[in-house]
Design a protein around this ligand. Structure first.
Ligand code: HEC
Ligand code: HEC
Ligand code: HEC
Length: 427
């Protein structure tokens, strides 16, 4: 490297650090004073309320590993910038949040800031939790301080320079993070407002269902219109999953009735299909425990989201559809039926109503075909007579692309072409 380039790089870096220091110093003093909770409420009632809210916010899916202790952290999050690990949020004084005050906890959820002033990475979805009310954050704090403490040190994040500099998150926050509790919409019903609060402040559906830009920030004009998420497939490796469009777009949530949405969130099933993939954890750890009127409120709010469309216009040709039909009839039709209508004991319907099938981004549909859809049993009693096998060894990229295109473009479905390259990306 020439001396001049090195010089330019170095001064650039110094400038960045200076700006970072400036932003950091400008951060408002967010340390709270006085009691966080002004309401008079019995400790046991507060803890019970906190447990419900922590369930609705699904903290456990990210802070509890498969074979680990409850809320002791250690789950890996693969991001384009490296691996971030969730932390220990049990009340252990040494390795958890046992020494934190209620305001420390408040500042982490509302502002994404640690007690020592360090910025937290938005892999922790405080972009949603910031919308929770003071009272609810106080209740979650009371509950988390009441659970079993576990002495387990958090794993070190493995982030590349410069993403390992927490101060850089301060830059990110300026355009992309707005701290503050959700304000109710006076023109909407109490049910709608409750649903909005549950979905946006707690359940953080948008963390996966909203597209992100190159530096990991949600694209607000495309709220809930479909995003991507890295998660495990059955082989134990990380792959991209597409989280479909939940707006009232005709290939998104418009395909489902209010009852289809409510039943899916409450039981992992509806008349069309059963959950699989990353949604299993959302439903099994969180939404299925919610009260019926809260589930109804969530469905009411979701069904009200204005359509955001991403329709592609590409039409598959007859040759591709023909190849897809042959593969479908040979490998899939016995369970999903040649009409795609499915069977209550054998397989879900694919002919209409699957958001995953009609998603503009076919990643999750391809994962289901390559690795088999992971059913939510246990703990649920089995719904199907047989599980669907994985086709990663039976079908090559071209064949998977052809059969997926055939399903996406047959019957009442009208989604786009799947290319062999898109299948190769999921292998
Ligand atoms: C999508 C995954 C995810 C969910 C859901 C989630 N967290 Fe986290 N959380 C993380 C990650 C990852 C970190 C580490 C962030 C970092 O290193 O900056 C973290 C960090 C934290 C911290 C900071 C701890 C510290 O040592 O500074 C607290 C507190 C916390 N989470 C509490 C919660 C609570 C309470 C909930 C539920 C309301 C929750 N988290 C839900 C992923 C998650
Ligand atoms: C951790 C990421 C993540 C979160 C959080 C999440 N989703 Fe999903 N969702 C996905 C992915 C990935 C898919 C497609 C694969 C699957 O079904 O698991 C999906 C699929 C869906 C589907 C379509 C199912 C189908 O088979 O057609 C609905 C409806 C849905 N999600 C609703 C929600 C709601 C409501 C919430 C909030 C309560 C939510 N999701 C939270 C990742 C997520
Ligand atoms: C042995 C019966 C069987 C066969 C054969 C079969 N499937 Fe399935 N398929 C199922 C079952 C059962 C599910 C539901 C899994 C669950 O509970 O989530 C499913 C789910 C799916 C889904 C996810 C739908 C959604 O949105 O939830 C897709 C896509 C799919 N199958 C495509 C295929 C394709 C393509 C083939 C042929 C290459 C095929 N299946 C062969 C039984 C079968």
């Amino acid at each position: 490297m020439s001396l001049k380039i090195r010089h330019i790089l170095l001064s650039g870096l110094v400038l960045l650090v200076l700006i970072a220091a400036f932003i950091l110093l400008r951060s408002p003093a967010i340390k709270g004073e006085g009691p966080l909770l002004t309401e008079q409420i019995a400790e046991s009632e507060l803890i019970a309320r906190g447990e419900y809210l922590v369930t609705a916010a699904n903290c456990a899916s990210c802070h509890t590993t498969n074979d680990g202790e409850f809320m002791a952290g250690g789950l890996a999050f693969e991001t384009p910038f490296g691996t971030i690990y969730s932390t220990n949020i049990t009340p252990d004084p040494e390795t958890g949040i046992g020494t934190w005050s209620d305001w420390d906890f408040m500042n982490s959820l509302r502002h994404g800031i640690r007690p020592n002033g360090e910025h937290l990475y938005p892999a922790f979805p405080y972009t949603s939790y910031t919308k929770a009310s003071d009272e609810d954050i106080a209740a979650m704090y009371a509950y988390l301080q009441s659970i079993e403490p576990v002495n387990q040190s958090p794993l070190e994040n493995e982030l590349e320079f410069p993403f390992n500099l927490r101060a850089l998150v301060a830059f990110w926050k300026v355009p992309y993070f707005d701290a503050g509790a959700l304000e109710p919409e006076p023109d909407q019903s109490a049910e709608w407002n409750r649903g909005a609060y549950l979905i946006e402040a707690l359940a953080h559906c948008s963390a996966c269902h909203t597209p992100r830009n190159a530096i990991g920030a949600a694209q607000l004009d495309a709220h809930m219109s479909g995003g991507e998420y890295m998660d495990l497939v059955s082989s134990g490796e990380y792959r991209v999953w597409s989280a479909p469009n939940l707006t009232s777009y005709d290939r998104g949530l418009a395909l489902w009735s209010h009852d289809d949405v409510a039943s899916y969130l409450k039981t992992a099933r509806n008349d069309i299909l059963e959950s699989f993939g990353p949604m299993n954890e959302v439903i099994l750890n969180s939404t299925r425990y919610l009260a019926d009127d809260d589930i109804d409120a969530m469905a009411t709010y979701l069904k009200s989201l204005a359509p955001v469309s991403d329709r592609s216009t590409a039409e598959p040709d007859a040759g591709l559809m023909g190849r897809g039909r042959t593969i479908y009839n040979l490998h899939c039709g016995t369970c999903h039926l040649p009409t795609g209508a499915g069977d209550p004991e054998m397989a879900p319907q694919l002919n209409r109503g699957s958001l995953v099938v009609q998603d503009e981004n076919p990643a999750s549909m391809i994962n289901a075909i390559l690795y088999g859809p992971h059913v939510p049993t246990p703990p649920l009693p089995p719904k199907w007579r047989e599980v669907m096998e994985e086709y990663q060894y039976t079908l090559d990229d071209e064949e998977v692309a052809a059969v997926a295109t055939f399903i996406r473009h047959s019957w009442e479905n009208a989604a786009g072409i799947v290319t062999p390259e898109q299948v190769a990306r999921q292998r």
